[in-house]
Design a protein. Structure first.
Length: 190
């Protein structure tokens, strides 16, 4: 008789949504259903803990309702936020909004903007894809805004207001017209 050994992992807001399934040899998110196979064993405990934490971080917001607001970022900043290490979004105005949002890659991007951002990223050890490879004019991912700061130790902080983010992850590209500030994107057609 097969026995499934699972270990719930407590996440933010007291929600349990990641299961370590020993029989399947996988991490499984109980909300979105994504499974990720364990790495080959044996493995150092600290390395396994780091992999577990990375899976949990990617699924820490799965239990929350889907985002209804979007924020448009010009490329390559949108790519750096979703695929790179950029953990803070700089804005000239302060908002009260906190929570999950969709990330929209603006349609516009000048060569000067691109190369300035590439230089800024390179100074932080990050290589940005070529202009032609950056998706524009649509939703490319999601993130959760957690706070607003006028000073922050992140190397990506430029101010005057920096919005800290977690749960940054790519989504399938969805064409969508952007707007300034937070906006409500059109619903997905079934």
């Amino acid at each position: 008789m097969s026995r499934t050994t699972t270990f719930p992992v407590e996440l933010s807001e007291g929600k349990d949504n990641t299961i370590l399934n020993a029989d399947r040899q996988a991490f499984v998110c109980t909300h979105c259903g994504e499974a990720e196979a364990f790495p080959p064993m044996p493995m150092r405990v600290d390395a396994f803990v780091a992999l577990t934490k990375a899976f949990i971080d990617r699924h820490d917001t799965c239990h929350l309702p889907p985002p209804t607001k979007a924020l448009s970022l010009r490329q390559p900043w949108a790519w750096l936020m979703i695929h790179g290490p950029k953990d803070i979004e700089n804005r000239p105005l302060r908002w009260k909004f906190r929570g999950r949002i969709l990330v929209h890659a603006a349609a516009g991007m000048t060569r000067q903007e691109y190369y300035e951002a590439v230089r800024f990223a390179a100074e932080r050890g990050v290589t940005v894809p070529p202009m032609a490879e950056l998706a524009r004019g649509g939703i490319i991912g999601e993130m959760t805004i957690t706070g607003c700061y006028t000073a922050h130790p992140s190397p990506w902080f430029m101010g005057p207001y920096g919005y800290t983010t977690i749960g940054r992850k790519p989504l399938p590209y969805r064409p969508c017209k952007g707007m300034l500030g937070l906006f409500t994107p059109p619903p997905i057609d079934p």
